[in-house]
Design a protein around this ligand. Structure first.
Ligand code: FES
Length: 231
């Protein structure tokens, strides 16, 4: 079966095609963010991920907790290049569509990608802009060489269920490797290498995460979240 994610009306995401799913934890060491393994999750060819934030089996749908959930998709469906703003630096350019999941991989040791861009004539700063862009789960920023070459890591199709102990919250669903995403109405979203889906149910930019899980203090503790074990 082809890899895909289908959004169901006021219900879960149906994931098909045996896409590996892992719980991953954002960790910060010596000013550098990375991913650490979380709980082991069961793998299967097809599964349903919660998008209402209420499942007792999180990150999976429990089949009933979304009964009163209204999950209307409100995100702009235009392709990234039409939505994103071009920001120019001396050594590299960057595009930014403001679609942020607050994972903070763009916060580098010596400043954010936006701080580093004006200094990108320095090879180290330029490289950090590239790393910030390539590691941004939501695909908000993209680093582009002056000759138009886009920097993008080759990512295997997979899904990370994000936990963020630094903010004491559970994060969204990080989808990587160009997994096609189908709307509830059958329309396809632009296929991207990196995007983050909302699973707390609170995003105002559904189906994508807009970081509202942070002020909303979303924790998937009913599913036995790793956050509970780390406190
Ligand atoms: S998971 Fe980030 S806004 Fe819902």
């Amino acid at each position: 079966m082809e890899r895909s994610i289908k959004i169901t009306k006021d219900g879960p995401y149906i994931v098909r095609g045996g896409i590996p799913v892992h719980e991953k934890v954002i960790v910060l060491r010596d000013g550098v963010r990375s991913w650490e393994d979380g709980r082991e999750l069961p793998q299967s060819d097809s599964y349903a991920l919660c998008r209402c934030g209420r499942s007792s089996e999180a990150p999976f749908c429990d089949g009933h907790s979304h009964k009163r959930f209204r999950g209307e998709e409100t995100a702009d469906r235009r392709p990234y290049r039409e939505r994103a703003e071009l920001l120019e630096g001396p050594g590299i350019d960057m595009t930014d569509d403001l679609r942020c999941s607050l994972s903070r991989f763009c916060h580098r040791r010596d400043g954010s990608a936006w701080d580093l861009l004006p200094r990108s004539d320095d090879p180290e700063a330029r490289n950090e802009v590239i790393r910030a862009a390539c590691e941004c789960p939501s695909g908000r920023i993209v680093a582009i060489d002056k000759d138009g070459r886009i920097h993008e890591d080759l990512l295997e199709p997979s899904i990370y269920i994000v936990q963020d102990p630094g903010k004491d919250v559970s994060g969204g669903i990080y989808v990587m490797g160009g997994v096609p995403l189908e709307s509830e109405d059958g329309e396809m979203y632009e296929t991207r290498n990196r995007y983050v889906l909302c699973r707390c149910g609170a995003s105002k930019n559904k189906p994508f995460c807009d970081a509202r899980h942070v002020p909303g203090k979303y924790k998937d503790t009913r599913g036995g979240s790793i956050l509970g074990k780390r406190r």
